[in-house]
Design a protein around this ligand. Sequence first.
Ligand code: GDP
Length: 285
Amino acid sequence: MAATRLWHRTGRLLEIASAFGPWPGVYSTSPAFAEVLRMPQKQLRKVVYPLRELEQHLVTDSRPGLIEQRLFDPSLEDIGRAESVFAATVRNRIEYLSSAVRLDHAPSLRQPEVCFIGRSNVGKSSLIKALFSMAPDVEVRISKKPGHTKKMNFFKVGKHFTLVDMPGYGYRAPEDFVDMVETYLKERNNLKRTFLLVDSVVGITKLDNIAIEMCEEFALPYVMILTKIDKSSKGYLLKQVLQIQEFVNTQTQGCFPQLFPISAVTYSGVHLLKCFIADITGSLK
Ligand code: GDP
């Protein structure tokens, strides 16, 4: 039934895509959504709905319902509409705004804000680049040199929202956090959602736990993104997803119960994440 609906919608969108030619503002660095819609059904499901794809491989007695928390399950039309929020055009300027080392240096903005946090090397820059792949002029700045000051980088996404790339936390995390990340998370008034990146190959580390505890302590609404899902076999990924899902279900209060598995290499899950961000920031009105 769901598959039929999916195919009905896909067929409809394909008609729309072919009627209008290439989608406006879509650049070649990411598979434009119209191209994704032309993929065979199995591949399309893997790219657009990675959790659904994983669910296919659940054996019936393996803790039913554990990854069935699909609270956010938009149609292909909705995902297609959200793409335009992330496509840079003259009327929808997507640009780097500024960097800050302290919250009082951060731009004062009214529009909703989302931030991305995660330990160094988790794949944060790669994900942000993937989100901005239809805004080729945006440079995602990376400052990885040891001793180089790490900053919060602010990006404006049209009139919709700002996206903040927070410094990655490493073994020197506590200092960075107290000075910057913690204050930002605690005091940023327009912060709508925090996206916490966890490496799906590694699982939740001690450093991730510090960030989770912080989000919990400040009662922030946050969302867990599982990165690099292209790196593991389906079996290993499923095991990791089930473990992390169980952790979220039993150990957290503020974490959105649905995980977002993504790959910045295959773009799997990236379109769905864009749609979620567009939705929670009210960009789809
Ligand atoms: P950051 O330190 O969190 O910003 O991490 P980066 O985005 O720089 O990524 C760290 C390393 O992981 C780089 O070598 C990336 O090429 C690699 N990487 C990032 N995302 C992915 C992914 O989705 N799949 C794979 N296979 N590698 C990734």
